[in-house]
Design a protein around this ligand. Structure first.
Ligand SMILES: Cc1ncc(COP(=O)(O)O)c(C=O)c1O
Length: 414
């Protein structure tokens, strides 16, 4: 054994059992962890191909879509966002980004890096867009693609999407929705809402780890992608004809090749992250077994409990509460209280993680999540009880116990 390697580095992995009540990641459902301990398989093993097909079928259910191309990208949520953009957008194509937080900025950043002509419209952090504003920007800019979040975790705001897809179709614009943080926490019926592409993640309301991203693509969007199909050397089938469109400039994120890989053609691409696929499959099974309506109701109930508790603790909720994400709540840090000290005490003394936010909101709000496996009464009440204790230590003025009582009352009322 090399003497230069520290005892710490060589110590056994044994993390403290944190309760993750921030904006995500959250604790995985134990069923997901069990699924991830299943033995590895090769990606062309007939058993594994069946698990891939199962996963596609399950996510069609999750997304409420008939889209054939519903699959998973190996990577975190931003890898799926980037995969879509690099595969659709050609240099100079116009992309409109409707940004109402840090993750809107991320989509603008990715679009610029793929060479798009990007126009960003911004809603003040803590608010969302009304449709008329987006429509007038579409008219003025005629983009190929409109990209926006459903829920932007940085501001805890939820953009209403029910009519945005139809609006985009009227103007011949493709719509890309980043539902990393909202998928399975709030309704997102992809076909009914006419959304061309949705990307998600497991580490929020799907109760799994980060590292694989479910995605669904409309047939029309796939046609655009398949016009750019260029199979890499060494894998080309005998009947191969390259697409007429420009080659996709990323190999790893080439959706045309990824579609070929997931299809019955089973053209090789990357080595599938077997364990992550097991996780994605189990997350979808858990969600569908509980049922869309029941899961959304569980998140909404947790949100109501947290909001009423925080208000009873003499705290002010951040942003436009009528457009708040149900799975994460922003709350202003009161004057005279150190946001970081509170978060550190929550973590060190109670093993509970809550978040702050980014940019202008860093150190000004906390974000308390209750999502996926953690959108449970016990997790919510434990977090609120700890927060009350720590806030009392900060000399914040409120009635001790009022927060937990208010949350319990919400749960008792159902
Ligand atoms: C709305 C949204 N989009 C994108 C991301 C990026 O996700 P990832 O860190 O999995 O790449 C996040 C992460 O929290 C997010 O909340």
């Amino acid at each position: 054994m090399s003497s230069s390697i520290s005892a710490q580095a060589l110590s056994e992995l044994n993390p403290l059992p944190r309760l993750l009540m921030g904006p995500g990641p959250i604790n995985a459902d134990p069923r997901v962890l069990r699924a991830m301990s299943a033995q590895l398989l090769g990606q062309f093993d007939p058993q594994f191909r069946q698990y891939m097909r199962d996963t596609q079928e399950l996510y069609r259910g999750v997304f409420e879509t008939a889209n054939t191309q519903t699959l998973c990208i190996d990577g975190t949520a931003r890898s799926a966002i980037e995969t879509v953009m690099v595969s659709i957008v050609e240099p100079g194509d116009r992309v409109l980004v409707a940004s109402f937080g840090r993750f809107g900025q991320l989509k603008a950043e990715i679009a610029r890096r793929v060479g798009a002509d990007v126009r960003v419209i911004e809603a003040e952090w803590g608010t969302v867009f009304d449709l008329a504003r987006i429509e007038s920007e579409i008219r003025a800019f005629s983009p190929k693609l409109l990209a926006c979040c459903q829920g932007d975790t940085s501001t805890t705001m939820l953009q209403p999407l029910a009519e945005l897809g139809a609006l985009c179709r009227r103007y011949g614009v493709m719509l890309q929705v980043d539902a990393t943080a909202s998928l399975c926490g709030t309704p997102l019926p992809v076909d009914a809402w006419q959304i061309d592409c949705v990307t998600g993640a497991l580490q929020k309301c799907l109760a799994g780890p980060s590292g694989i991203a479910p995605i669904t693509l409309s047939d029309a969007l796939c046609e655009t992608i398949m016009r750019r199909r260029h199979v890499e050397e060494g894998l080309r089938p005998a009947d191969y004809r390259p697409g007429a469109g420009r080659i996709i400039t990323s190999n790893y994120f080439d959706l045309a090749m990824i579609i070929d890989y997931w299809s019955d053609r089973a053209l090789n691409h990357h080595t599938e992250a077997t364990t992550m696929l097991y996780a994605a499959r189990e997350c979808a099974r858990i969600f569908l077994q509980e049922g869309h309506a029941a899961v959304y109701a569980r998140h909404a109930l947790a949100s109501r409990a947290i909001v009423s508790a925080l208000e009873a603790m003499n705290l002010r909720i951040f942003g436009d509460t009528s457009n708040k994400m149900p799975n994460v709540t922003g709350v202003w840090i009161p004057d005279g209280v150190s946001g970081d000290r509170v978060r550190t005490a929550m973590l060190d003394e109670f093993n509970i993680e809550i978040g702050t936010s980014f940019g202008p909101l860093h150190g000004r709000i906390w974000r308390i999540g209750a999502m996926g496996y953690n959108a449970r009464r016990d997790a919510v009440l434990t977090t609120l009880a700890a927060l009350e204790t720590v806030l009392a230590g900060e000399h914040h003025r409120f009635t001790r116990g009022a927060g937990v009582d208010a949350a319990r009352a919400v749960y008792q009322a159902g």
